[in-house]
Design a protein around this ligand. Structure first.
Ligand code: SF4
Length: 306
């Protein structure tokens, strides 16, 4: 049965799949505070937070951030140091700086509102193809596909031959049902996050199991593949960067912290041999707008930008 159904013409499979996914989603959608949200600012904040932070953490931090900065105006007006402080616990602090740059650009160039087209959205800081499509679809109700890692995986498993020979965005466009793109995109995200997971898909609980050529074919794995990233003494530089920002967040406002003190606070057994590495990290943070550096006779010191 599975084999026959997977050979049905594309249009018929597509419509059977979307009907089943919609039915499943109406019963099983995750309850998330940004679901059903139509306010572009609040959607943007959720999308940017979710780019690199787990849902459970975002659930905690999203309402706090919105309380502190409820709209583009408050974000644009704030001191950068306040935005970085409010981003505490979310990680990848560059996102906070880029969000504020975006809010300021909106006031300088777009009358304080997000533009509506994917092309214009992608010109804004921190907005890539995925976020631009998610905003256009979820905030402005445009009939567009969205491709994140969950959707990519689900489509790849549902349409393996097409996924091998087509660009995933083209496939996502082809697979889009005729109506309700915003529900479809969110439903696929939920399906990928809760059932068609990367390591242990639960095909037995999947609403499209009878239409899926990959059903029960995915080898369950326990260990995610590891990604190499620049490290120092066994820890990724990303962690040290976060620690530097944390030290500055916890320092009195406008105070500059000397590099040596920073080094001692972010790394056990910090020594003179680590100095050049620490300076490189600090320069990269300065380049990203997360810190400002001061060079004096006594050495280098850093602070959050005001
Ligand atoms: S049947 Fe299995 S592999 Fe196919 S979409 Fe569902 S969970 Fe994923």
């Amino acid at each position: 049965m599975k084999k026959n159904r997977s050979r049905l013409p594309f249009a018929i499979r597509k419509s059977s799949i979307s009907n089943r996914v919609f039915r499943w989603y109406s019963r099983s959608a995750r309850v998330l505070p940004w679901r059903g949200e139509r306010n572009p600012y609040r959607i943007l904040i959720s999308e940017v937070m979710l780019q690199q932070t787990q849902v459970s953490r975002v659930l905690q931090k999203y309402p706090q951030f919105l309380k502190r900065f409820p709209d583009f105006a408050s974000l644009a007006r704030a001191k950068t140091s306040s935005v970085i402080r409010a981003w505490k616990g979310i990680g990848y602090n560059n996102r906070a700086v880029r969000l504020q740059q975006l809010a300021r650009i909106l006031y300088a160039e777009h009358g304080g509102r997000l533009p509506r087209t994917v092309e214009e959205l992608q010109l804004l800081p921190g907005i890539g193809k995925y976020t631009a499509h998610a905003l256009a679809c979820l905030a402005f109700n445009q009939h567009l596909p969205v491709v994140d890692t969950n959707i990519k995986r689900v489509l790849g498993r549902l349409f393996p031959p097409l996924a091998k020979r087509m660009d995933i965005w083209e496939l996502a466009e082809m697979a889009l049902p005729r109506r309700h793109a915003h529900l479809w995109n969110q439903a696929l995200m939920d399906l990928g996050a809760t059932i068609c997971t990367s390591l242990s898909p639960r095909c037995e609980a999947c609403p499209v199991v009878k239409l899926c050529p990959s059903a029960f074919q995915i080898q369950k794995r326990n260990v995610p593949s590891t990604r190499r990233e620049p490290s120092h003494d066994g820890l990724p530089n990303r962690i040290y960067r976060g620690r530097i920002v944390d030290v500055l967040r916890n320092s009195p406002r406008r105070s500059f912290v000397p590099a040596t003190r920073l080094g001692n606070q972010i790394k056990d057994s910090y020594s003179i041999q680590d100095e050049a590495w620490l300076l490189r990290l600090m320069k990269s943070l300065e380049k990203d707008g997360l810190i400002v550096m001061r060079h004096t006779k006594a050495g280098v010191a850093a602070s959050l930008p005001q």
